[in-house]
Design a protein around this ligand. Structure first.
Ligand SMILES: [Zn+2]
Length: 199
């Protein structure tokens, strides 16, 4: 006798979440169908509410409840300084280090021909639209691996002659990992020691 169909359907839905394999999905589904109905209803509501309340800031691409986000709308931030990151989560990592006072721009990935990610798949048009509004310094803060490096150099070339100097983080970030794995001190040092990328 197979599991009741609703359990299989729930398992399959959970399995589409990142990091959840078929076995964990089945365990979660079995747990959910045996939990108090109220609890499950609350969980479902929390899921829907989170999704409905959180959006991407139309300027920087970061995760936010307000539009534009609190960083983009903060007049005390240094609008001459722009930090380019790969994912919305990276903004929180840099903010935690407390050492960056400029604005951010989420690229949405990095160039990776092997995985079919081309420059036009990234938020480059949005980035170029922001230039010329007093931005004089750009810090490219991508993870330090082959694709991150290639993307940084591509950006330096593409942004050359648009009125801003392009820098990258100093080495010292753990190789091949995202910003979220770097501790706050390492991130601060990497920012302070930033070096200009020759275009
Ligand atoms: Zn924003």
């Amino acid at each position: 006798v197979a599991l009741p169909e609703p359990i299989t359907a729930l398992s399959e839905a959970l399995c589409r979440l990142p990091g959840i394999g078929p076995r964990s999905a089945e365990r979660l589904a079995l747990h959910i169908v045996q939990s108090p109905a109220d609890e499950v209803r609350r969980l479902a509501q929390t899921l829907v509410q989170a999704r409905e309340k959180v959006r991407l800031c139309s300027i920087c691409g970061g995760l936010t409840e307000s539009e534009p986000c609190s960083i983009c709308s903060d007049a005390r931030r240094d609008a001459s300084l722009l930090c380019i990151v790969e994912r919305p989560l990276d903004i929180f990592a840099l903010e935690k280090s407390g050492s960056f006072k400029g604005l951010y721009h989420v690229l949405g990935g990095r160039i990776s021909p092997l995985n079919g990610v081309e420059p036009e798949d990234l938020r480059l048009a949005e980035l170029e639209a922001r230039l010329g509004r007093g931005i004089t310094e750009i810090v490219v803060a991508l993870s330090t691996d082959v694709e991150g490096d290639a993307t940084s150099f591509y950006l330096a070339k593409r942004l050359a002659g648009k009125g801003a100097k392009v820098f990258r983080l100093a080495h010292g970030l753990p190789a091949g990992s995202g910003l979220e794995f770097a501790d706050e001190v390492t991130l601060s040092r990497a920012l302070e020691g930033r070096r200009e990328i020759p275009a």
